[in-house]
Design a protein around this ligand. Structure first.
Ligand SMILES: Cc1ncc(COP(=O)(O)O)c(C=O)c1O
Length: 423
């Protein structure tokens, strides 16, 4: 077994290959060496309905028994039903043109293709730049890395990435300046995460940032893309992150929670206005082979049904507020700068010196070390951070997490920070 395990991980030393995850239920992962771990990171902040829901597995099996595969433009029962559910109960008003894909990077990549194709179709091919934030993560294809500002994930590829402009994280006037200096007629889209996830550890914008960015995009005829891959489908306590600021983007993308982590699934949601010019010139959008796979759509239908029937989006809001209160005392620790978040997307930012907010050197890998220590003690959280805040722990558990599990997470994280960072 050890050899088989190691052989499946070509890029890391054999000694660090993790044990096999044998099963999972609710918020708990069961490993082959007998250990139990609380999945407080929801994997990569994807598991929102909890593990081990038999009805999702049965829906996937049933869809697979009936139709294993047909090309994405063809219709299956699961494809229609999922799109209907999304339109009727989930998507913001006007965003009822849906393209389903297999994950977050594919959805952001497709959204960028859509925005550029929109402008090419209306005779403005010079509008192709996509402005992203200096600190952000939008995926790991070449185009999504180009739009994002995650320095460590871009490293080694900078020379072949498209040189898209970057805007400050929290200052809408800064966006205005970037647009002026680049030339408004060269910009196709602005992209942002409602709450910054992997690159910063649940960093919220100032209250007026999203409305201001919406207004600036309108002034210059620029499409606004909300990257809800991490924040979507209830993670922040509303259906979508932008709902907190009453902003409707032109294009919204979401993966992760759409299937609750049970199948690779993502989506691009937009309006007639964005799509119509593309259809008029007969351009269309090439699909990926596995886009809108019926088995993945079946998982999506079952996951959304559970979210709706068990009122789990509200649970994310109330449990998130409760969890934040329980975690807050960690701010008393000498190396914790801030505990922050929205719903069940919570970040704990680590620093070298709490008083001066001096971060650790990025090469120290402190977040990864604290995550490893917490895992040893039975709790998984997701390592996050980059740039000026290189070390953060991202907490994004299933919305079914219990109070007892929250308390264990708080205790273990406190111990892990003390052990790795010192008191
Ligand atoms: C905001 C955001 N966008 C895009 C992605 C990329 O998604 P995926 O890893 O499913 O390709 C992520 C993944 O963490 C994300 O958090």
């Amino acid at each position: 077994m050890d050899e088989r395990r190691a052989a499946s991980y070509p890029f890391i030393p054999t000694s660090t290959v993790p044990p096999v995850v044998e099963s999972a239920d609710g918020c708990t992962l069961y490993f082959s060496d007998g250990r139990e771990v609380i999945d407080a990171g929801g994997g990569a902040v994807a598991v929102n309905i909890g593990h081990g829901r038999a009805e999702v597995a049965e829906a996937v099996a049933e869809a697979t028994r009936r139709v294993s595969y047909v090309i994405p433009p063809w219709v299956t029962e699961e494809r229609i039903t999922l799109v209907e559910m999304l339109r009727e109960k989930w998507l913001p008003p006007g965003l009822d043109r849906v393209a389903l894909v297999s994950g977050g990077s594919e959805s952001v990549d497709s959204a960028i293709r859509l925005a550029v194709s929109h402008f090419t179709s209306i005779g403005q091919p010079e509008r192709w730049k996509v402005i992203g934030r200096e600190v952000s993560y939008h995926g790991t294809t070449m185009t999504t890395l180009s739009a994002g500002g995650h320095r460590s994930r871009r490293r080694g590829f900078e020379h072949i990435l498209t040189d898209f402009p970057k805007m400050p994280v929290a200052d809408a006037e800064g966006l205005e300046k970037v647009i002026e200096s680049e030339g408004p007629d060269t910009i196709a889209a602005v992209i942002a995460e409602p709450v910054i996830g992997a690159a910063a550890g649940a960093l919220l914008p100032p209250d007026d940032w999203w409305p201001d960015v919406r207004a600036i995009c309108d002034t210059h005829g620029i499409l606004l893309i909300a990257d809800e891959v991490m924040t979507g489908f209830g993670r922040t306590g509303r259906r979508f992150g932008v709902d907190h600021w009453n902003v409707v983007p032109d294009i919204l993308v979401g993966g992760k929670g759409l299937s609750g982590g049970y199948a690779p699934l993502g989506g691009v949601y937009t309006s007639d206005e964005v799509v119509a010019p593309i259809a008029e010139v007969g351009a269309g959008m090439m699909f990926f082979t596995f886009s809108a796979h019926s088995a993945a759509c079946a998982a999506g239908i079952a996951a959304l049904t559970i979210l709706e029937d068990e009122d789990l989006v509200s649970a994310s809001a109330t449990k998130g507020a409760d969890f934040l209160v329980r975690l807050r005392p960690l701010e008393g620790h000498a190396h914790v700068r801030e505990v922050r978040g929205l719903g069940l997307m919570i970040g704990v930012e680590l620093v070298e010196d709490e008083e001066s907010s001096e971060p650790y050197a990025p090469t120290a890998g402190m977040a990864a070390r604290v995550v490893a220590e917490a895992l040893r003690r039975g709790v998984w959280v997701y390592p996050a951070g980059d740039g000026n805040a290189p070390d953060a722990l991202l907490i994004g558990p299933p919305f079914t997490i219990s109070e007892a599990e929250m308390d264990t997470v708080v205790t273990v994280l406190g111990e892990a920070v003390s052990t790795v960072c010192g008191d």
